[in-house]
Design a protein around this ligand. Structure first.
Ligand code: MIC
Ligand code: SF4
Length: 642
């Protein structure tokens, strides 16, 4: 039986276990990436390991999230990250260099390599034929220390692409189609591997859009084969030596096959407030919009922005629409400036934003109250834009540009002319990427630590009895944005756990942090797919800091479950889902003989308030149980500073 692309790469990097779906494996990581909002903690954790240099083949520290610099905090963090990178052998991508995933594709990604990134959209690299996975900062820190990355071997699903996209139907529509079929929990425990004749009709940026938003399916990652098109992209980036062909063997084994006929797709939009709430743009036509934004790691490539420019050429942005464009990298920005597309965009009435995440993570450009915004981004969770009652639609660059012209959600396939993307040569000088120090020089270098960088909190092991009140009961698909919101006010506190902990669940229940402190911690009850969305470990560390001991849910999203375990919060699932209904906020729960029950893999939980009891499962392996018993993964590994 032949191997899929994903299994080939996994086998080449396998250190521990056997790649049978569901079994825990440990793989060797070639490359890591961090971004500033998760990077400061990741590096503090790496520092606690007392290792002089990173052990990966390549590590890059990007600054792309916190670039507003409203106060000293952001710049302090940048300086910490830059000085840290220099000392420990890490490339540093300065603010303005671009969004981590876009820059990584352009400058560093390599087919066949493994990449672990402290950002959920790290699978963007799958467009290049890499095995690129998102994880919490601590997992990335351990990978930089040369430790294996542990994951449960995913099922490999083949997405068989047939046909060819019609003009103005985009890669974004491919992934929105999958989201509408499979939902935001449809990819949990899976790798989506793209194959079939349609693959060779997709350019590299199009592939990257699709793998990027595989994160919204909850997938472990998504991957394309590395073929001639991959080779051409690398050549364009002056990196042809890094190309190798990697395709699936004939008869490769897949757990499932999904067919998508590209020729039949139409422009789609994810309606508020979930990426899987998909409708045809045609059916939404006429919905008046206040704002349109092109950008984010999903759709900010040269190809995307040139498509937008070609739609806007000779057109004007509707007078009642604010239209903003955030190119994904300095390289893209330079090409647009050189070939006149920037001029076209400005003439049409676009606002040009910095090359950064910006509005995607609520850093500026919040819509008007009850406003409607169409964005080329990947997440439209309620409130993420910075305006609680805004309606965000996720669309392709084609739909965003055409809607900006029309003033309402409009289907671009009605445009008569064909889009044109002229070829261009990128400037490969990388003025904003700093190379690390030489090993000899490193010892003398100091790390800059502003007052916003606070030490990691201490995490002690659990006792023999776990008692706690149900502090909050939430429904299905709770996102990490619900648990630990981002945005211009909260994001600058990412390096300061005591300060950011004040905002845990603040958008759902603003008294949560005070209640947690007053009750000396407690337990959270969740529905299905608890913790979907980002890789932010703050959604685990900050609740842990507030004394959360366990989350009992119907099911968990992969990265959040791993983060909870890493920081000593017990993720439990109901044995009978009906027991979820019987629990209320304020119920006092008690687990006796903690260690014995943990070892046995299930807990008998007494509800002292109601005089009832129920059972919960612990789906943890021995390694993970030991983490819980030690209080945190850092404590288990004997790293003193935690
Ligand atoms: C996001 O898109 O939610 C983020 C901000 O990029 C996060 C990372 C973070 O919270 O810092 C992600 O996707 O992992
Ligand atoms: Fe940045 Fe948005 Fe991409 Fe997250 S999803 S990395 S915030 S652009």
């Amino acid at each position: 039986m032949g191997n899929s692309v994903a299994v080939k790469i996994i086998k080449q990097h396998l250190l521990i276990g056997e790649p049978a779906a569901g079994a825990e494996i440990g793989i060797c990581i070639d490359q890591t990436l961090t971004q500033d909002a998760t990077g400061t903690l990741a590096y503090l954790q790496f520092e606690a390991m007392n290792i002089p240099r990173v052990k990966t083949k390549l590590s890059v520290s990007y600054v792309d999230h916190n670039t507003l610099q409203e106060g000293f905090e952001n710049f302090d963090d940048h300086l910490f990250l830059q000085s840290f990178a220099k000392k420990y052998g890490i490339y540093f991508s300065k603010p303005g260099s671009g969004i981590c995933h876009q820059v990584h594709l352009e400058r560093f990604g390599i087919p066949g390599a493994t990449l672990l990134g402290s950002d959920s959209h790290t699978p963007t690299g799958g467009g290049l034929g890499m095995l690129a996975i998102g994880a919490g900062g601590l997992d990335v820190a351990l990978a930089m220390a040369g430790e294996p990355f542990y994951l449960s071997m995913p099922q490999i699903i083949k997405v068989n692409l047939k046909g060819k996209l019609r003009p103005y139907v985009a890669a974004k529509d491919v992934i929105l189609e999958l989201l509408s079929r499979l939902t935001v929990k449809g990819g949990v425990g899976k790798i989506f591997e793209y194959g079939g004749e349609g693959v060779r009709t997709l350019s590299l940026p199009e592939r990257a859009t699709i793998t990027n938003m595989g994160a919204e399916l909850g997938a472990t990652t998504s991957i394309f084969p590395s073929d001639k098109i991959t080779g051409e992209f690398l050549k364009w980036q002056g990196r042809q030596k890094e190309w190798q062909e990697i395709t699936a063997d004939k008869g490769a084994k897949y757990e499932e096959e999904i067919i998508v006929n590209l020729s039949k797709l139409v422009p789609l939009a994810a309606q508020p407030h979930s990426p899987d709430n998909v409708a045809r743009v045609k059916d939404l036509s006429g919905v008046k919009i206040n704002q349109a934004i092109v950008g984010s790691c999903t759709n900010s490539s040269y190809k995307d922005l040139m498509t937008v420019a070609s739609i806007l050429k000779g057109n004007k942005v509707h007078p009642e629409v604010s239209f903003a464009v955030a190119p994904g990298s300095a390289q893209v920005m330079k090409m647009l400036a050189k070939n006149g597309a920037l001029d076209t965009l400005l003439k049409a009435g676009a606002r040009i934003l910095e090359t950064a995440c910006g509005p995607c993570i609520g850093m500026g450009q919040a819509p008007n109250s009850a406003g409607v915004s169409v964005r080329t981004f990947n997440r439209n969770f309620k409130g993420r834009s910075g305006t609680a009652d805004a309606s965000i639609y996720l669309v392709s660059p084609e739909v965003a540009a055409w809607s900006a012209v029309k003033g309402y959600l409009a289907d671009p396939t009605e445009i008569k002319t064909r889009p044109g993307v002229p070829s261009a040569k990128p400037d490969l000088k990388d003025a904003l990427i700093i190379t690390p120090s030489k090993e000899k020089e490193a010892l003398r270098l100091e790390v800059s630590r502003g007052p916003n960088i606070k030490p990691l909190p201490l995490m002690t092991p659990p006792g023999e009895q776990l008692t706690g009140e149900v502090l909050l009961k939430v429904g299905d698909n709770i996102t990490t944005d619900d648990i630990m919101p981002a945005g211009a006010k909260i994001l600058p506190l990412r390096s300061n756990i005591p300060a950011i902990a004040e905002y845990v669940y603040s958008k759902i229940d603003k008294d949560f942090p005070d209640r947690a402190k007053e009750k000396n911690g407690g337990i959270i009850i969740g529905g299905a797919n608890y913790g979907q969305g980002s890789s932010r470990e703050h959604a685990a560390i900050a609740p842990r800091y507030l004394g959360i001991k366990a989350v009992i849910a119907k099911s968990f999203a992969r990265m959040h479950a791993a983060n909870l375990i890493n920081f000593g919060i017990l993720p439990l699932t109901f044995e009978k889902e009906a027991d979820y209904e019987a629990l209320s906020r304020g119920d006092l729960l008690e687990i006796k003989d903690f260690k014995k029950q943990l070892a046995a893999g299930g807990f008998y939980i007494a509800n002292k308030s109601k005089g009832t009891a129920f059972k919960a499962k612990v789906n943890l392996n021995e390694r993970q149980k030991n983490i819980i018993l030690s209080g945190s993964l850092l404590a288990l590994a004997g790293f003193k500073k935690t």
